[in-house]
Write a protein that binds this ligand. Structure first.
Ligand code: GLA
Length: 381
C-alpha cells in the first residue's frame, strides 16, 4: 500500500504538479449468496485489503484529465453526456461523474492518477473498487459528503448499467463502500437492511485460489442469467425471485424452459443457504458453513452454469483434500474459488492445489489469504 501510494504521488506530481487528496476503495469477497442480489435475495460480502487508490485534485477546467498507472494510459473527457471517452477503463470514471450529476450532485473538472492491486477479472470486483473510490472522492471534493453511502453504491451500480454494459446487482459496490475491517456484512437486497458480522474464526482461514482464467462480465452470459430470473419472476407474477418458493416453481415447470427452471431453482436454494450460513456462524458451526459453500458451488456449476472446467477442478481438489468449504466466487466464468480451510491444512492445501493445477493447466494459480478490511475512505497523510 505504501509503495502504491508513493508511486501515485510521484506520477501525480510529474503530470499535474501540486498534490491532491488521496482516496481508496476495496475489492470484495463474498462468503455466500451468489447471483442473489439482483433477485432481491441476501448476500454476505466483505471488503478486502486489495484496493484501487487515486490522487485527485480539482483543476478549475470543464474537463477531467486522468492517468492510469497500471494500464499506462491517459484519458481526457468533458462532463457532458456526449463527452464519453472511448477507453473502457475511463468510462467507469466518466460514468461516476455523470451519475452524480444526474442525481443533482456537483462535479467539476479534476486531475487524477490512480493505481491498484485488486487483480483484474478475478471475481474480486476491481471495477466496483474503482467506481467506489471515485464516487467517494467526488462526494468529498465537490458535494460536502452530502450523498449518502447507499447512493454512492447505487451510483457505481448505475455506472455499470449505463456506461459499461453489465446489468449487475448492488453487492459489489455495497461491499466496496460499506466494508469494515474484520467484518462481513449480510445485506438484504430487497429491503437494503444490513448487518455487520465480525468474522474471525480461530481455527480456519479464508483462502482465494485464482485460476487466472479471465472473465469479463460484459458480453458474458451474466446479463442472460439475470434475464432468465426476471422471466420466471414475471411468469410467477412477483417482483423478484426473492418471493418465490420451490413449490411455486414446480407448479410452472411445464410452462418455462428447462434452462430458466434450473436458473430459478439455484436462486431459490441459494437464498436459503445464506440464512443457514448466518445461523451456522452464530453457532460457531463452520462445518455447516463449509457444507453450504460446496452446495453453492454445485448449484453454480450445474444449475446456474457459470463455472468453468478449471474452477470445477479446483473445487474437486479442495474436496479431495478435506477442505471445509470451497466454491466459485463472484459472477463466474473464471476467476477465483473461495475456500474455508482449517489452519492445520492451510499450507498443504495451497501447495497441493498449486501443484495439481499447474500439472493440468500448465500455469500456477495465484493464492491470496483473505484479510477483511475497510471499504471506501480518504487516506489521511
Ligand atoms: C457480479 C455482480 C454482482 C453479483 C455477482 C454474483 O460480481 O457485479 O452484482 O451479481 O456477480 O453474485
Amino acid at each position: 500500500m505504501e509503495s502504491m501510494k508513493a508511486e501515485i504521488q510521484k506520477v501525480f506530481k510529474e503530470r499535474f504538479g501540486e498534490a491532491g487528496a488521496l482516496y481508496a476503495s476495496a475489492g470484495r469477497i463474498n462468503l455466500i449468496g451468489e447471483h442473489t442480489d439482483y433477485n432481491g435475495g441476501f448476500v454476505f460480502p466483505g471488503a478486502i485489503d486489495k484496493v484501487i487508490m487515486a490522487e485527485i485534485k480539482p483543476n478549475g477546467l470543464e474537463k477531467v484529465r486522468v492517468f492510469s498507472i497500471d494500464i499506462d494510459e491517459y484519458a481526457e473527457f468533458g462532463l457532458k453526456e456526449e463527452d464519453a471517452p472511448k477507453q473502457s477503463w475511463a468510462r467507469y470514471i466518466f460514468g461516476i461523474c455523470r451519475e452524480i450529476q444526474k442525481r443533482g450532485g456537483e462535479v467539476k473538472g479534476f486531475d487524477a492518477v490512480f493505481a491498484g492491486n485488486v487483480p483484474l477479472g478475478a471475481g474480486l470486483s476491481s471495477s466496483a473498487a474503482l467506481e467506489s473510490c471515485f464516487a467517494f472522492a467526488l462526494n468529498d471534493l465537490f458535494n460536502n459528503n452530502k450523498i449518502d453511502k447507499f447512493e454512492l453504491a447505487k451510483i457505481g451500480q448505475s455506472t455499470e448499467h449505463n456506461y459499461c454494459g453489465v446489468n449487475c446487482g448492488i453487492m459489489d459496490q455495497f461491499a466496496s463502500v460499506f466494508g469494515r475491517k474484520g467484518n462481513l456484512m449480510r445485506l438484504d437486497c430487497r429491503s437494503m437492511e444490513y448487518e455487520y458480522f465480525p468474522f474471525n474464526p480461530q481455527d480456519y482461514k479464508l483462502v482465494l485460489v485464482d485460476s487466472r482464467v479471465k472473465h469479463e462480465l460484459k458480453d458474458s452470459p451474466y446479463n442472460k442469467r439475470r434475464e432468465s430470473c426476471e422471466r420466471v419472476a414475471k411468469r410467477l407474477g412477483i417482483d423478484t425471485l426473492r418471493d418465490a418458493t420451490m413449490e411455486q416453481l414446480e407448479a410452472i415447470k411445464g410452462d418455462i424452459t428447462a434452462e430458466d427452471y434450473f436458473r430459478a431453482k439455484f436462486v431459490i436454494e441459494e437464498k436459503q443457504r445464506v440464512l443457514d450460513v448466518c445461523d451456522a456462524l452464530n453457532a460457531g458451526d463452520y462445518e455447516t458453513v463449509g457444507k453450504k459453500m460446496y452446495e453453492t458451488h454445485a448449484g453454480l456449476s450445474k444449475d446456474y452454469e457459470v463455472s468453468c472446467e478449471e474452477l470445477d477442478f479446483l473445487n474437486d481438489v479442495a474436496k479431495t483434500l478435506g477442505v471445509t468449504g470451497s466454491r466459485i466466487m463472484g459472477g463466474g466464468f473464471g476467476g477465483c474459488t473461495i475456500n474455508l480451510v482449517k489452519n492445520d491444512l492451510h499450507d498443504d492445501f495451497i501447495k497441493i492445489a498449486v501443484e495439481k493445477f499447474n500439472e493440468k493447466y500448465g500455469h500456477e494459480p495465484k493464492i491470496y489469504d483473505v484479510v477483511i478490511s475497510d471499504g471506501a475512505r480518504k487516506i489521511e497523510e
